[in-house]
Design a protein around this ligand. Structure first.
Ligand code: KIV
Ligand code: ZN
Length: 516
């Protein structure tokens, strides 16, 4: 296949994905995901929206300074200040990209931007030129292209390419498109824009009608050669096209689509799990590719067929996306070197010797409670260790719970609050409820619990429970995570992590809110 048959995979988990309510991530969490995306050979990683907040800037900069094998991109509105900030954050990148956008649909231009179409074209051209002065690789997006007029799109796209944009993105911002119609839009643009051969056409589909993946693939058939997508389909509202579905559809139906990607598909499952663990967005069991049932055959007829010849009911192998790769890796007697080298094999880098020591101490504790330690246990353990990046105003010292049939559950805990020991005791409808009430009797955080979820990390009753607690206060949402073989302890860790995030958080701006 020629280079024209390659589809560029542009991952926006760290930017559009983070716009899912409740999916905000810390800098270190973003860096871990970026490293996993690099391992997966994602072509472009949209690391954030540099001007949104100092935290976003810092995350884009750190990722740009660290990742070497993927292009790192920052979003910016078509504004000088945004573009300059993006350029600054990307200065250290091996390969950087500024992604600038402006809305092009009549409804957005009239009501959101309050600008005439001519002014929008002028602003777009100015923004692309400004970005090209800072970076060779510039992408221009026509926000709400799915509801824009074709003639106007042709005009602005031609002008943006003339101004120096190398990639033209045609987003279906509100998830309104239908596959054949969206494909026709892409086909018409490529045909009618006189300089279309000087740019790569890209698509960015939202899933409001459940069509994001179908629309993206239809656009590829029509000539698009970049797909913007996210791990697990995370993203604004109903989310974006799921990377794992796009990549596996292209790979499985190469016979029909006649294109390929450079993704290492064996990294898909572990990355999906990492993103789910960090954001607290669980993956539904019947989710394509990465759901727990994606390769499980329940009916006897199917099982029989698969045992006789796998392809009777399987169109791709579970191994090709990383299933069945979790080996029993370590146990109670494993030493520090074995631990370190398994982390390295998993692509987990700890920032310092003291982080490694802390993770190893947790590993030993876990190995005392749990016979077999799997890769997933190591991932959770490291998440816990790296949670320590967040200043710990609240820290668990000890917890005692009493729960007996016919009696009201009770939790007693000792916390360190800014270094001082505080005791609390409360009753609740269950041990977790009692423990959360006890924490709140001390913290008085004024936040509301929006989500409480527990997942078994591996199989068996000795599995660690991974808990996510989502708290909301004054419009700010944080996700806390905790893992332990005792799910009440895991729950308390997750609650305290959320409170600590709440304490040290910085509010961020939303790229699509606020006009030019
Ligand atoms: O959905 C959208 O239009 C976007 C753009 C900023 C690319 O996310
Ligand atoms: Zn979007």
């Amino acid at each position: 296949m020629s280079s024209n048959d390659r589809v560029i995979i542009f991952d926006t988990t760290l930017r559009d994905g983070e716009q899912s309510p409740g999916a905000s991530m810390t800098k270190d969490e973003k860096l871990r995901i970026a490293k996993a995306l690099e391992r997966m050979k994602v072509d472009v990683i949209e690391a954030g929206f540099a001007i949104a907040s100092p935290g976003d800037f810092d995350a884009v900069k750190t990722i740009a300074d660290t990742i070497k094998d993927s292009t790192i991109c920052s979003l910016s509105r078509a504004l000088d200040a945004d573009i300059e900030r993006a350029g600054e954050a990307l200065a250290g990148a091996n390969s950087g990209r500024i992604h600038t956008f402006i809305a092009t649909s009549p409804i957005h231009m009239e009501y959101k931007l309050r600008m005439q179409p001519d002014q929008v074209v002028e602003q777009a051209v100015r923004a692309v030129k400004k970005a090209r002065n800072l970076c060779d690789d510039v992408e221009f997006s026509c926000e709400d292209a799915g509801r824009s007029e074709l003639d106007f799109l042709c005009r602005i796209v031609e002008a943006a390419i003339d101004a120096g944009a190398r990639t033209i993105n045609i987003p279906d911002t509100v998830g309104y498109a239908i596959p054949h119609q969206y494909a026709e839009l892409i086909r018409q643009l490529i045909e009618r824009v006189p300089n279309s051969d000087k740019a790569i056409f890209s698509v960015h589909c939202h899933n409001d009608l459940g069509l994001a993946v179908a629309n993206s693939l239809a656009a590829v058939v029509a000539g698009a050669r970049q797909v913007e997508c996210t791990i697990n389909g995370l993203g604004e509202r109903a989310g974006n096209a799921a990377l794992e579905e796009i990549v596996m559809a292209i790979r499985t139906r190469e016979d029909l689509l006649k294109v390929h990607t450079r993704i290492d598909t064996t990294q898909i499952l572990s990355t999906s799990r990492m993103v789910s663990g960090i954001t607290g967005f669980p993956v539904q069991p019947n989710k394509a590719i990465v759901g727990a049932n994606a390769f499980a055959h329940e009916s006897g007829i199917h099982q029989d067929g698969v045992l006789k010849h796998r392809e009777t009911y399987e169109i791709m192998s579970a191994e090709s996306v990383g299933w069945n790769a979790n080996k029993m890796v370590l146990g109670k007697h494993s030493g520090r070197n074995a631990f370190r080298s398994r982390l390295q094999e998993l692509g987990i880098e700890l920032a310092s010797e003291s982080e490694l020591n802390a993770a190893f101490a947790r590993f030993k504790d876990l190995a005392d409670k749990k016979h077999e330690i799997f890769d997933e246990d190591l991932q959770a353990l490291v998440t816990d260790t790296q949670n320590e990046e967040v200043t710990e105003h609240y820290k668990l010292v000890s917890l005692e719970v009493a729960s007996k049939t016919g009696e009201v559950p009770q939790a007693e805990l000792v916390l360190l609050v800014d270094g001082e020991e505080v005791r609390a005791s409360e009753q609740g409808s269950g041990p977790v409820d009692a423990a959360f009430k006890a924490i709140e009797s001390v913290a008085q955080s004024g936040s509301t619990l929006q989500l409480y979820s527990v997942n078994a990390i591996t199989q068996g009753t000795d599995s660690q429970g991974e808990v996510t607690v989502r708290l909301e206060r004054a419009g700010r949402i944080v996700n806390g995570n905790g893992a332990d073989t005792d799910i009440v302890v895991a729950s308390v860790k997750a609650y305290l992590h959320a409170l600590n995030l709440m304490q040290c958080g910085v509010a961020r701006a939303h790229p699509q809110v606020g006009g030019i």
